[in-house]
Ligand binder design. Sequence first.
Ligand SMILES: Cc1ncc(COP(=O)(O)O)c(C=O)c1O
Length: 355
Amino acid sequence: MVSTFDIKINKIAKSRVSEYDVNNVPFGKCFSDHMFVAEYADGKWQKAYIEPYADVPMSYATSALHYGQAIFEGMKAYKNANNEVSLFRPLENFNRLNKSALRMAMPEVPEEIFIGGLIELLKLDEAWVPTSDTGSLYIRPFIIATDEAIGVKSSDTYKFIIITCPAGKYYSEPIRVLVETNYFRAVHGGVGFVKAAGNYGRSLYPTKLAQQKGYQQVIWTDSKTHQYVEESGTMNLMFVIGDTLLTPELSDTILSGITRKSVLALAHEWGMKVEERKISIREVITAHGNGTLQEAFGVGTAATIAQIITIGYEGKDYDLPAVETRKFSNRVDETLRNIRKGKGPDTQNWMLKVS
Ligand SMILES: Cc1ncc(COP(=O)(O)O)c(C=O)c1O
């Protein structure tokens, strides 16, 4: 196993950070000074290094490009008022990446490489972590199959890479979502419960159709009956109906979100009634009709809480209560922000300090 001491570091000659206002850059387009890379060959992780972020030469025959052996994670680092950098629940991402690796017949990454490499990278690129209230450094760890070979088989070589980019708030406006009853995101026995690249590619066309109808995202339903809601876009889905927080129970068609897990933990801590179970779209529409549907929102690393203002279903729009009236999701949003920014008590020990 590679320990953190084996990471070779090649530092950039001059940081590019002063060329940007990291609190104010478009999301996902401006990358920090360095990247972490580990290489897998001959049945083991061989070497790990950090080098300046740059394009790399790659063969067009690289197997990840053809057969989709590509998995990734999404996580964030935050800066507190003392300029200290912390990660939110990084072991959860580490474990989930390895779950994805197993399902996609790819090698798991040891903790020394994932967490060790990430910490070294963040130490070098601390200046890229935004200081603004809603700012964070988005972290993209991923593994790709790197065999230069045409032919469907699992690759013999892989790269585990981490790149990072500053992020402001992802969705600032409440979103309109369309319940998708034709296409589906995931199927039993498939790969919906892991972060495989192909899950995202397949979602783009239905999302584009929904956007042409004036919605920002879709609500995915189960592939067999299209009666039960599963996720919204790339977020887990939650409702407050009456005095109960409801979310679809985990299955092999739903990604086990770290934000979902954290929101549920806070709800339990606050003594809220919580139900993780199958939720039919009919139940949601009925609750809307009798006035008990108080809140609907997506939860995920990108947005934390994405408020849903309208649900479109079978040609009809159902408008939800104003965002300001939503007690639970607003409280969760603020609590998570405070924990991450070191402004509120981290009662569940979620933050891992880097600097
Ligand atoms: C399909 C899908 N569901 C849910 C989530 C939310 O997961 P997390 O809270 O870990 O970001 C994500 C984002 O990673 C996702 O891609």
